[in-house]
Design a protein around this ligand. Sequence first.
Ligand code: NDP
Length: 322
Amino acid sequence: MEYRNLGRSGLKLSELSFGSWVTFNKQVDAGLAEKMFGTCLDAGVNFFDNAEGYERGQSEIVMGKALRALSRPRDSYCVSSKVFFGSHENPKPTQIGLSRKHVTDACHDALKRLQVDYLDLFFCHRADPETPIGETVWAMHNLITQGKILYWGTSEWSAGEITEAYEFALANNLTPPSMEQPQYNLLDRERFEIEYAPLYQKYGLGTTTWSPLASGALTGKYLTGIPQDSRAALPGYEWLKKHMVESDRGQERMARVRTLQPIAEELGVSLSKLAIAWCLLNKNVSTVILGASRLEQLEENLGAREVLPLLTEEIQQRLHNS
Ligand code: NDP
């Protein structure tokens, strides 16, 4: 495993990390999570991603149990949480968003669920147009000074919103955001590569990128239909099935996957590994967050770095054109 600084911060994250969206509590129980974390830690992974909104907090409970069972030194790995969507089925107005109150409550709740004394990374899961940015920046800064979180950041904020938060923090001697968590994969590139480009330069923004396989589309397994045991077939994720495969846009995406598959075959590697390795080519990526519903998937994906030497200029150009 190689390690990269989280943007301009001193924190070194493993190039590949592991997250729990959809999977933990739905497809992965605490026992399997423990095995997965063991595999990750043995491979050198040092960052595990979570959010209050994943399975309404249950995902963090599963992660907390698994990490506790492994009892590795707390200073050898990092965990995150995210605030915005809340963890209640029918949330009260104070239980969602980025107000000082909810940011603070969400942090305390995540600490309990994850069974840790502090969060290494704490993200604003989306921007909240109903809360002044300064209030959120202050809330995050206060949590840092209290030792409850170490780095704070955003997820899927526009470049303008990140700039506003950063400039507010600078103007008021507060801690600015260190990282953003955007989607980045062979099918979804624009925001990461174009919209955020000035932010890497100007602020040294770190990134923990999500869905390297576009929820599994970039494994190629949806090219011949929707496997019964896949994410797109899960009850409650019909919207994702539409987005990935069934809508016009989904069909366009599948057509692009169809052109990528032969490149992987020619190189003699799986499309999954190729897609993950491709994300690592971009130096503005601090860590690629992997997802997996099975141990075998995780083991395969953790081998993605092996593909890096095969990604010559010519192959990169062909991937770009596909
Ligand atoms: P991926 O795009 O890699 O999708 C992972 C899913 O694809 C797996 O759960 C599995 O689903 C399938 N899969 C993975 N590897 C293989 C394989 N080798 N062969 C076949 N199928 C495979 O990542 P995620 O979408 O899970 O995102 C990763 C993490 O990023 C999340 O866990 C979360 O921490 C974070 N995230 C953050 C978001 C944000 O808004 N900040 C949004 C989304 C994710 P299955 O077996 O069920 O088909």
